[in-house]
Design a protein around this ligand. Structure first.
Ligand SMILES: [Ca+2]
Ligand SMILES: [Ca+2]
Length: 145
């Protein structure tokens, strides 16, 4: 008799939630484009969000003393003003904008999340911030008995 046990798995330093692994970069701040490039090198993208629970989970696990008040996420409207999309290509349906945003203040096109509240701001892409990368978890078959 064979028992196949499927487990979602993340590399060290990544946090597992659902089918995805999340990585919090809070020490090395980058502008939005460089942050996305780093996540891409790690086979992921800046984080996208689709449910309130996903957001709450990440806020609850936010590491202590992160850099600054907000972190970069994968949302942007740099292709079409007001046409928000996620860099991982998933649909931009769930929204969690902070009051008065997005306001495109002096041409803000990149999405940052306020660390304390989880609300979103369209932000100046050139600001250097910490960020969260997200990638698909690996399905592991750890044993067959
Ligand atoms: Ca904009
Ligand atoms: Ca704004």
């Amino acid at each position: 008799i064979y028992f196949l046990i499927f487990n979602s798995h993340c590399d060290t330093g990544y946090l597992l939630y659902g089918d995805f692994c999340y990585y919090f970069e809070t020490k090395m701040v980058k502008n939005w484009q460089d942050a996305e490039a780093h996540c891409t090198r790690e086979q992921g993208h800046l984080a996208s969000f689709h449910r309130e629970e996903e957001l709450s989970f990440l806020i609850a696990h936010m590491p202590g003393s992160p850099t600054g008040i907000s972190m970069w996420m994968g949302g942007h409207d740099s292709m079409t003003e007001g046409g928000w999309e996620w860099t991982d290509g998933s649909p931009f349906r769930f929204i969690h904008w902070n009051a008065g945003n997005p306001d495109d203040y002096y041409g803000e096109d990149c999405l940052s999340m306020l660390i304390n509240s989880g609300y979103w701001n369209d932000d100046n892409c050139e600001y250097k911030r910490g960020y969260i990368c997200k990638r698909r978890a690996v399905l592991k078959i750890p044993c067959s008995v």
